[in-house]
Design a protein. Structure first.
Length: 268
């Protein structure tokens, strides 16, 4: 799945968001604090294995070196119904264990494909008074982003695949699955193995900053001053409310500090 060339992160104007901007850092917070009650709190059911999958499991798992001999014999001799009960019974605590481990230890940072969504500006962009950062995804940590999948039904855990291969990567997909009601967010996520981590990105990873249409001039100036002092290549875009449609339009501008403006005779 191709990651967009530019990915966006909405921010409210706050002391913390300014500190992160100055430090060129992204915060990976606990998924337990997300505003969607189902987000990262899914209780997926176990996918009902087919007879063919059960036989595959029997053939593969009953000859694994790390499986005790008595357990291998149980797998070989069990009928299909008993084998299904064994797999599902073992999968439930495994899924719960990995889920709780992720929620306790991992951090998540959320991004969007869009920089002009009205609801996103309202919910995450400080009610149009904040800003939105545009990152180039060829840099870490964006290069490892996972796309959020939207669905109307709870996902199912493929126990046979996990038990046979020992790969529980699909559990991570559970933390990138949300209700269709949130599909307007067009969300992508970065996952970190340590919760509460500030990840410092390369300076050139920040491509652009979009200012909400209601941001005050002083706040805009503060952000521009921070960026001008450490990354002069970042592009600035000022948002304006459309008078014809329910949308925000952005126009690029060049930032000139008050000192330079006076020196150039632009202001007195």
């Amino acid at each position: 799945m191709n990651i967009p060339k530019i990915i966006y992160k909405y921010e409210s104007f706050s002391a913390q968001s300014l500190k992160n901007l100055k430090a060129q850092s992204i915060y990976f917070g606990s998924p337990l604090g997300f505003n969607d009650p189902y987000d990262c709190a899914l209780k997926p059911s176990i996918k009902e294995p087919t007879n063919q999958e059960l036989e595959l499991f029997r053939a593969e798992y009953s000859k694994k070196d790390d499986v005790p001999l008595d357990m291998q014999e149980r797998f070989r001799s069990a009928n299909i119904l008993d084998l299904r009960r064994m797999i599902v019974g073992n999968a439930v605590p495994i899924l719960e264990k990995h889920t709780q481990k992720f929620l306790k230890n991992n951090g998540v940072s959320c991004f969007s494909e869009k920089n002009d969504d009205l609801l996103m500006w309202s919910h995450y962009g400080g009610r149009y008074k904040g800003f939105c950062l545009g990152f180039i995804t060829e840099f870490e940590p964006f290069i490892k982003m996972k796309k959020v999948q939207y669905t109307s039904v709870m996902p199912k855990f493929d126990a046979v695949s996990a038990l046979v291969t020992g790969n529980y990567e699909q559990i991570l997909d559970l933390f990138c699955t949300k209700s269709e009601a949130w599909s307007y967010e067009k969300e992508w996520r970065c996952l970190h193995t340590d919760v509460g981590t500030l990840y410092t990105y390369e300076s050139k990873a920040l491509d652009s900053i979009y200012f909400g249409p209601d941001i005050d001039e002083q706040s805009l100036q503060i952000i521009c001053l921070i960026i001008a002092g450490q990354n002069p290549n970042v592009k600035f875009w000022r948002g304006e409310r459309s008078s014809e449609k329910f949308e925000v339009n952005f126009k690029e501008f060049t930032y000139i500090s008050n000192i330079d403006s006076k020196r150039l005779g632009l202001i007195k």
